[in-house]
Design a protein around this ligand. Structure first.
Ligand code: ATP
Ligand code: MG
Length: 781
């Protein structure tokens, strides 16, 4: 009996082969729900337990931070179960859960701490924190290890400024968002501004390359990187500096990548460089005690708009193996059993994806029973659709004691579709989470405090300094700031070099000098303590000295109270970070964590809540009950893809991903008419529906009336609050109300008081607007 036989018994023979494969390259290809991620997780545990691989020598790439966290937890559990079994034998199973947990944490608290498990972005930014000073760009510019990471809104603001001010371009022709997209694509293809420029055949392309070049100047001046740089710069660094590559190559003996079908060229380059130490001649590769293990499913490749390329997956054997035989079983394992979904769901997914031409046929057999039919609901409009979904959720939750709100997921094509569902979930007080909703770290007050922290951590970060130098108001006006910025530009220094020098400030800043010096003193004071103080103390001190919270207290509105609470939550997050990372908890580390927290990480564990997300965000996840909504031509598949066969196939893959998230039950819906982005349009059912076998589908139609009746059959529908629009407030003409964005106004009309209330509000400077009080959070004052 091997020492690991216990946990390997939870795998089928093919998975076991993938897990037990020790050295050399290996590709696992298989359809959805076949246990690829499980195999990858078990493989890590097996490497450590069976082959005594040091966790520090393992690099595991996941698609989201949340997936990385879960993977670590699972490995820890596998591990600790195993060790406890060794120690306690059969008795372990008989211990109460509480004692098992205690044992686990005692035995293996620290093992996974050393493991490099995360997204491409988090892993490689960690590498850059250690080595970026050894890199220089094509203009010989360098970055410091305390670089800032600019998020989407920072980047968009910079590009906009370059387009409209610095280069004085027409922002209709050079729409900043599309320019930014082009630059991001260039980076994802590994192109520097000069390389990009050489490829441009026309005027537009050449102008974009000019913006790209100015944009890079800005990043360098601010000692900052964007998300794409976190992948591109390590690639260049490894190519530039053989010693650095050699260090990381020697460190990571075993490399594992999940969702390999969605890697792009630069990410592929990183994996290849680390695996082969940059050697192009295969004869010189050394696979002794080394492996590169990737898992993926070409049918689930859905990120081509971010330059992901599933031919990279298909080329794996040629690239890493001997390249002679595509079916070489020494470098490939296929998994053919699906453990996730009931048979009807799986069969529907299989039939759908067979309509794609660009694919390799594969087998995916069910292991579960047929289950119920797929339920197709045809709604009059998006409101009826939402009514159907939410009522089904209430009914199912009510009838089944073993399912909770967390068992449900609503998947849609675009974020804009979430609102009607949210309205009803709020109305019925059902807990829910929108994955990809507004990030906590995108709130104004949080961005402001983070900007203070960034200014302390990286004083070259002019963008952050400018954000907070007069927030809260200190009487530093625009003309003062312009004078100071101009001076730094003329001198070729950073803004901070001017600000931190009292004399320069006294000379340049006129009446505002005292305020500017005051601001600079705060930053200086804490800069001096970055190395010595615990991060939580540092953050607390900066928050206090900034005067930010005090200013909010003075304002004293409900909104400022909310902001204060959010800042408190930020401080709590810092405390948590400090506890988790013990001696390694630095300010930079914390800032990095906030920059990389992605919108896909919103999904909370623990509290059971219905999750709402786009199909893109649902990759890799599973839920007992799934609602796939908005299956209409033009929406899903979307308009752009309907003209282009390759994009249409990608939409179909997205639909395949959606269907295969469901374990027990799948509901699909579409509407005859939909209001999206303002106008109401008739809608035709999606062509994908015709690609599902009719014998697997049960259909129902629902108009506004019919649906209300079906939905109230089994549950008490709380319509008593209807005259208040579900808000609990009675609205009357003449009421003075406060709207979060528009401010104070007066109600001039109340529409349809018996059912769905909406009100017309006259705002002094904006005119009259019609508002749904359930959505707008209107307050009577
Ligand atoms: P996706 O393509 O959607 O990412 P996947 O191939 O990664 O799916 P997993 O998420 O690893 O699949 O597994 C799907 C489900 O099947 C999980 O709930 C997992 O625990 C379960 N599972 C995997 N392998 C087995 C097995 N050998 N026996 C029982 N259950 C299994
Ligand atoms: Mg998976």
């Amino acid at each position: 009996m091997t020492t690991t036989s216990n946990f390997l018994s939870h795998l089928n023979p093919s998975q076991r082969r993938a897990v037990e494969h020790y050295c050399g390259p290996l590709l696992v290809v298989a359809g959805a729900g076949s246990g690829k991620t499980r195999a990858l997780t078990y493989r890590i545990a097996n490497l450590i337990l069976e082959h005594n691989v040091d966790p520090e020598n393992i690099l595991a790439v996941t698609f989201t931070n949340k997936a990385a966290r879960e993977m670590k937890e699972r490995i820890q559990k596998l591990f600790a179960d195993h060790m406890a079994m060794q120690e306690y034998g059969e008795k372990y199973d008989l211990l109460p859960e509480y004692d098992q947990v205690k044992l686990r944490s005692r035995v293996y608290k620290n093992v996974i701490k050393d493991m490099w498990c995360g997204t491409f972005h988090s892993l490689f930014s960690r590498i850059l924190r250690l080595d970026i000073d050894k890199y220089q760009d094509e203009n010989g510019r360098k970055w410091n290890k305390n670089f800032s990471i600019f998020d989407d809104s920072d980047v968009n603001a910079i590009i906009k400024e370059i387009v409209t001010k610095q280069l004085d371009l027409d922002d209709k022709k050079f729409e900043p968002r599309s320019v930014r997209y082009a630059i991001s694509n260039a980076k994802n293809q590994g192109l520097s501004p000069k390389e990009f420029e050489r490829e441009q055949p026309n005027y537009r392309g050449r102008i974009i390359s000019q913006v790209y070049s100015c944009y890079q100047d800005r990043l360098a001046e601010n000692n900052a990187l964007d998300f794409d740089d976190l992948i591109l710069i390590p690639t260049r660094l490894f190519q530039q500096n053989k010693q650095v590559l050699n260090y990381w190559h020697s460190k990571f003996h075993h490399i594992l990548v999940d969702e390999y079908q969605d890697t792009n060229r630069t990410q592929y380059d990183l994996i290849r460089l680390l695996s082969t130490n940059g050697e192009t001649d295969k004869n010189n590769w050394n696979w002794n005690d080394r492996s590169t293990f990737v898992v993926g499913d070409a049918d689930q490749s859905i990120y081509s708009f971010r330059m992901a390329d599933f031919t990279i997956l298909m080329g794996f054997q040629g690239d890493f193996g001997d390249g002679l035989d595509d079916d070489d079983t020494s470098t490939m394992v296929k998994l053919e059993e699906n453990y996730r979904s009931c048979e009807n769901i799986l069969e529907a997914a299989n039939s759908l994806i067979e309509n794609n031409t660009e694919r390799i046929d594969k087998v995916l057999k069910p292991t579960r029973s047929a289950g119920e039919k797929i339920y197709l609901f045809k709604a009059d409009d998006e409101v009826v659709e939402a009514d159907f979904v939410v009522n089904q959720i209430r009914k199912l939750e009510h009838e089944n004691p073993d399912i909770d709100w967390g068992s449900f997921s609503i998947l849609y094509r675009t974020n804009a579709q979430s609102r009607p569902f949210e309205d009803l979930l709020v109305k019925y007080q059902i807990p829910y989470t929108v994955v990809g909703g507004f990030r906590f770290y995108d709130r104004k007050e949080i961005k402001d405090i983070l900007a203070y922290l960034k200014a302390v951590s990286n004083p070259a970060d002019t963008v952050s300094i400018m954000r907070v130098i007069n927030t809260p108001r200190r009487g530093i006006g625009k003309s003062t700031l312009d004078t100071l910025s101009r001076a730094s530009q003329e001198l070729g220094t950073t803004l901070w070099e001017i600000l931190s020098d009292e004399t320069s400030v006294n000379t340049l800043a006129g009446r505002a000098a005292k305020a500017v010096n005051g601001f600079a003193d705060v930053i200086k004071k804490w800069q001096g303590q970055v190395e010595t103080l615990p991060v939580a103390e540092l953050v607390q001190g900066i928050i206090e000295d900034s005067g930010y919270v005090q200013d909010l207290h003075t304002t004293g509105t409900d909104e400022s109270q909310d902001r204060i609470e959010n800042i408190q939550a930020l401080y709590n997050a810092v405390l948590e970070f400090q506890e988790e990372n013990e001696d390694n908890a630095t300010l930079q580390g914390y800032l990095e964590k906030t920059s990389l927290s992605s919108d896909l990480d919103n999904l909370k564990e623990g509290d059971a809540a219905v999750s709402l997300m786009t199909l893109h965000a649902s990759k890799g996840l599973e839920f007992p009950i799934v609602f796939l909504v908005g299956l209409e031509q033009g929406l899903f598949p979307n308009y752009r893809s309907m003209q282009d066969p390759a994009s249409l196939e990608e939409e179909r893959r997205l639909c395949y991903v959606g269907i295969t998230r469901a374990q027990e039950r799948l509901f699909i819906s579409h509407a005859r008419e939909r209001r999206l982005y303002g106008s109401r349009e008739p809608a035709i059912r999606s062509q994908f529906l015709d690609e599902l076998p009719t014998e697997l589908i049960a259909t129902q139609q629902g108009g506004r009336q019919a649906n209300v009746r079906t939905s109230t059959n089994n549950i008490r529908s709380d319509r008593s609050g209807a005259s208040t629009g579900g808000t609990g407030t009675k609205w009357e003409v003449g009421d003075i109300v406060l709207h979060k964005t528009f401010g104070e106004g007066e109600i001039t009309h109340v529409f349809d008081p018996n059912n769905k209330t909406s009100v017309a509000v006259k705002f002094p400077s904006l005119g009259t607007k019609i508002i749904d009080p359930r959505v707008a959070q209107l307050q009577k004052i």
